[in-house]
Design a protein around this ligand. Structure first.
Ligand code: NAG
Ligand code: NAG
Ligand code: NAG
Length: 972
């Protein structure tokens, strides 16, 4: 973030001014003949210098904070007065060395307990920041500097525990900075910190950024000296409640506790005033409302409360903070309107309120937001039209308003200062304004996912020579490009033109030789992928999405930095192309490729997602495909023509989470080595010719959520539950259309823990997916039978829970344990040889939407408890030996004859037969199709008439046409 250096400057100024107030006047005051450095101290300094080599590897840190770095000790020479050496300060009266400043001096080497540094007993100030002391411990000898007032060891490679008796003995200390670059390099224990808090009664500046203080109760900070001016404990692993009295310290000007995710606390509601200049609680668990009293902090210039858990409205009193320059409240739970009072903040330069739940309009008066250059209101619920001052505000450079509900047109810009424009994901309409091309500083323009319309000539952007990112995707725009292109946009590296009604590859692209990401998906681009596209970003293109077009041929993949390549849903023919070794994501699903998979693919060592589903690929699956890389997490070969056995050599460290071989011609047994894939979440091997008994080792997979083995030649008894996990996370189990025999797998049913917990459809739908570290999301898909129809779930919602054991040869009774699966939505046990009664406990399944027990040998009455199945919209009990009255009421008022036909002696609605006292035995109607009574008739009649109490359809994402996964870029 560009703000870090700015913040540093602010803080440096603050601390610098403190330094001036502190002493050093002694060394500045003129003295006629300043005494020279003693031989003893001179020798100690030279010896100290001698323990280091010079290495500028740490210099970049100094550049980052804007400080000059050079080897100051080069001026330290024997025989010269050490008081004149760079970084050395002597007392003007006694000549003792009282100050050493070797910050940013390229020192490289260790500081041990016998370092000659500790001989300089008169030191008052010691600054060794930004060097590399190679993991030296902080020696207890530091405790020997009895007069030390300022100690700065920041970012200099110290590590280990800060010893109990060292720094806390320095009761003279006024300023300490022990910042470490990587969290936890230094640690402080509770009693050490308590000692420090107790003893350092004069401390004014305390900076321990990155030091591991997680073992310390934040309450022990309560007694910090009332002299404290600046407290900075960023990234310290603090956990627990922060003591509120710190906010009331009378001199506190800077408080920074950012990055302590587990640190909770509240801002004071009353009596909060004082000289606070900068308050930073970024990424903490501070919560509650922003109190009105914050408006009393008249000196506040910097306020960063982002990514915490504050809530309530943004108080009007913030508008009183007339010195405020920087305000960031992003990613909290703020609600309500944006107060007009904020718009009055005349000094405000940076305003970020993004990712909250703010509603209403942006205040609109030209005189408002006087000096603002950075405005981020993205991802709220703001609406109305864009305020007019945006177009004329001459200071505004960075504008983020994406992810709101803004309507109306984008008007013409009258200013030229804008650098970033993010307006995506709103409801803006009309044409793109012509004046955009006058914004000569523009580097990022993102207008995607609005309702913009009209024609955009890409050539118009040729004036914007600084443009880096252009995103016009998913509007109603017709994007055009001239055939002749005689200009270039040398800086453009991301171009997103998804859903732009393109019919050809835009020639404009030809000149973009530094392109890094290109998205032309969802257009009507026909024909071959042209050769020239290979030269575009040949050495730079890492993301290319051409999915959902009408592309017919790709000769080769020439981009040698390619990582994410998506070609799904085209008309591509020919053989599977070779992938560059950099590829991490490759989908060519839903094309017409033929031929086999070459084992060359196993050289793509970081491949993480491979989706070749829905093609005409054939041959055997190369053995190496299941063990070439622990990075491979998705392997989707669904709906092809692969034959032969499933590779048997899955690696021990197999990283696969999703395996889908559904709809091929694989045969043989399931390889037990697959048990090494312990992250497996989805396994779909349905519709093959696998011939095996039930692979009991599957129960050892701890993360397995979806198991589909339907339509194979699996056989034998299923019994098990020997492992600890035993399908406890399973949410879809489909073993239908096999030859399993024996009783239902009741031990497994009893252990389906995830189906036994209540799962709420609370609107925030969770889907099973792979979120790759390379910046994409891959939604898992699976084919299941729902209410008698095969459906492809293109996303699997976490609340889609079903069991299908139909069309096997299971026998015996239905265990009452089925009634404990209270979150189940669909249960199909039809076409088996089950006998006994329907358990009453089935009535507990209140979210059950489809239930098929047809074509079994069930006897007795339909339990009255089934009236409680208020979500049921599909019921099939036909072709059993059920007797007695059909329950009446609720959903049962909506089922038709077909749900009940072919039973021994049922009576009551919807059958014609009325129930009487004495019911005659009747022989079951022996319809011709009773054995395979899975015909459409039965299925259709099984539907209720739509009278459903518990409506729960929202979780279904079904596309029967084209499958579609979403490659969502997380970060650019
Ligand atoms: C506190 O300071 C006193 C006097 O300087 C010293 O004796 C004592 O050890 C110090 N306590 C700690 C915890 O360092
Ligand atoms: C936009 O408004 C619609 C109703 O008009 C609402 O359903 C939707 O949640 C809103 N979206 C945002 C991001 O505010
Ligand atoms: C903006 O949203 C609010 C609800 O948050 C609604 O009442 C209001 O009518 C909307 N205004 C416009 C201009 O769409």
């Amino acid at each position: 973030m560009g703000w870090f250096p700015w913040l540093c400057q602010l803080l440096c100024l603050l601390l610098f001014s403190l330094d001036f107030q502190a002493n050093f006047s002694s060394s500045l005051s003129p003295s006629p003949t300043p005494p020279q450095c003693s031989d003893f101290e001179s020798a100690a300094l030279l010896q100290f210098k001698g323990t280091f080599s010079i290495n500028n590897a740490s210099a970049y840190l100094c550049n980052f904070v804007g400080t000059k770095s050079y080897p100051k000790t080069n001026s330290w020479m024997e025989g010269t007065d050490c008081c004149r050496w760079k970084g050395v300060v002597c007392d003007s009266a006694s000549g003792h060395v009282i100050g050493i400043d070797l910050s940013c001096s390229w020192l490289y080497g260790a500081i041990t307990s016998n370092s000659s540094l500790f001989l300089l007993r008169h030191l008052q100030r010691l600054n060794l920041a930004y060097n590399d002391f190679r993991g030296s411990n902080i020696s207890p000898e530091f405790g020997g500097f009895a007069s030390l007032t300022h100690l700065n060891l920041s970012s200099s490679g110290f590590s280990g525990k800060i010893p109990y008796s060292s720094i806390s003995q320095l009761s003279t200390l006024v300023s300490i900075d022990l910042t470490v670059r990587n969290y936890g390099l230094l640690q402080v224990e509770e009693h050490t910190l308590r000692g420090l808090v107790q003893n350092l009664t004069k401390v004014r500046v305390l900076v321990l950024n990155g030091v591991n203080i997680s073992a310390v109760d934040p309450g022990s900070l309560m007694n910090l000296s009332s002299s404290l001016i600046s407290l900075s404990l960023n990234n310290c692993g603090l956990r627990g409640r922060f003591p509120q009295n710190i906010f009331h310290l009378p001199n506190l000007r800077m408080l920074s506790l950012s990055g302590n995710r587990d640190l909770s606390g509240y801002l004071p509601k009353t009596n909060w005033s004082g000289p606070l200049v900068s308050l930073s609680l970024w990424s903490t668990s501070f919560s509650g409302e922003l109190p009105d009293s914050i408006g009393n902090l008249e000196s506040l210039t910097y306020l960063d409360l982002a990514a915490s858990t504050f809530s309530g409205s943004v108080p009007r009193s913030l508008g009183n903070l007339s010195q405020l320059i920087y305000l960031d409240l992003c990613a909290n739970g703020f609600t309500g309107h944006i107060s007009f009072s904020l718009a009055k903040l005349t000094q405000l330069d940076h305003l970020s309120l993004c990712s909250n739940q703010l509603v209403g309009l942006i205040p609109d008066q030209v005189s408002l937001f006087h000096k603002i250059s950075f405005l981020d209101l993205a991802y709220n619920f703001l609406n109305g039209t864009l305020p007019t001052w945006l177009y004329s505000h001459s200071a505004l450079e960075f504008l983020y308003l994406q992810g709101n509900n803004f309507t109306g047109q984008i008007k013409e810009f009258q200013q030229k200062s804008l650098v970033y424009i993010y307006l995506g994901n709103n409801k803006l309409q009309g044409p793109t304004p012509n004046s955009i091309v006058e914004l000569v500083n523009l580097t990022k323009l993102s207008l995607e996912s609005n309702n913009l319309s009209g024609i955009v000539e890409l050539d118009m952007f040729s004036k914007l020579q600084n443009l880096q990112v252009l995103d016009l995707s998913s509007n109603n725009l017709s994007v055009k490009s001239n055939i002749d292109v005689n200009y270039t946009l040398p800086n453009l590296f991301m171009l997103f033109l998804s859903s732009c009604k393109l019919r050809d590859f835009p020639k404009f692209v030809i000149a973009l030789t530094n392109l890094n990401r290109l998205d032309l998906s969802n257009n009507g681009i026909h024909g071959m992928i042209p050769k020239w596209l290979g030269n575009v970003g040949k050495n730079s293109l890492s993301y290319l999405n051409l999915s959902n077009n009408f592309l017919t041929y790709l000769e080769e993949i020439p981009w040698n930095q390619m990582q994410i390549l998506d070609l799904h849903s085209n008309l591509l023919q020919g053989k599977l192309p070779f992938l560059p070794p950099t590829t991490t994501f490759f989908s060519i699903s839903n094309n017409s490729l033929s031929g086999g998979i070459s084992s060359q693919i196993c050289n793509v060592s970081f491949l993480s997602i491979l989706d070749l589903s829905r093609n005409n690929l054939g041959g055997t699956i190369p053995q190496c495909l299941v063990n070439f890389s622990a990075y491979l997490s998705v392997l989707n070969l669904k709906m092809n023509k692969f034959y032969g056995i499933i590779p048997f050599s899955f690696a021990n460290d197999c990283g696969l989470k999703y395996i889908n071989f559904n709809g091929n011609q694989l045969e043989g047994r399931l390889p037990p080595s697959m048990a090494g894939c312990r992250y497996m979440e989805v396994l779909d091997l349905g519709n093959n010719k696998i011939n095996d008994t039930f692979p009991q080792w599957l129960e050892t997979l701890p993360e397995l959520q979806v198991l589909v083995l339907r339509s194979n030649q699996l056989h034998g008894f299923i019994h098990g539950c020997k492992s600890a996990h035993c399908f406890s996370k399973l949410q879809i189990l489909d073993l239908s259309n096999n030859d399993f025999t024996g009783p239902l797998p009741s031990e497994y049913i009893a252990n389906l823990k995830s189906m036994r917990n209540q799962r709420r459809n609370d609107g925030s739908l969770q889907y099973l997916r792979d979120i790759g570290s390379y910046g994409y999301t891959y939604d898992y898909s699976v084919v299941v039978a729902i209410k008698g129809f095969d459906r492809e779930l293109v996303k699997i919602s976490a609340i889609f829970i079903s069991i299908d054991l139909s069309n096997n040869k299971f026998e015996g009774e239905i265990s009452t344990d089925f009634g404990k699966l209270i979150s189940i939505r669909g249960l199909n046990l039809s076409h088996n040889s089950l006998n006994g009664h329907i358990p009453q406990s089935i009535g507990n399944l209140t979210v059950l939407e489809w239930l098929d027990l047809s074509s079994n040998k069930l006897v007795g009455k339909i339990p009255m408890q089934m009236v409680d199945l208020t979500s049921l919209s599909f019921l099939n009990l036909s072709y059993n030996q059920l007797v007695g009255p059909i329950p009446q009421g609720n959903q049962f008022n909506t089922f038709e004859n077909g749900s009940f036909e072919g039973n021994l002696d049922l009576c009551g609605f919807p059958l014609n037969k009325a129930c009487s006292g004495n019911e005659n035995q009747q022989s079951p109607s022996n319809d011709s199709d009773s054995e395979y009574g899975f015909g459409w008739k039965v299925v259709l009649l099984g539907y209720g008439c739509g009278f459903v109490f518990g409506v729960a359809v929202g979780y279904l994402v079904i596309v029967t046409r084209k499958p579609k996964w979403l490659g969502t870029l997380v970060d650019w």
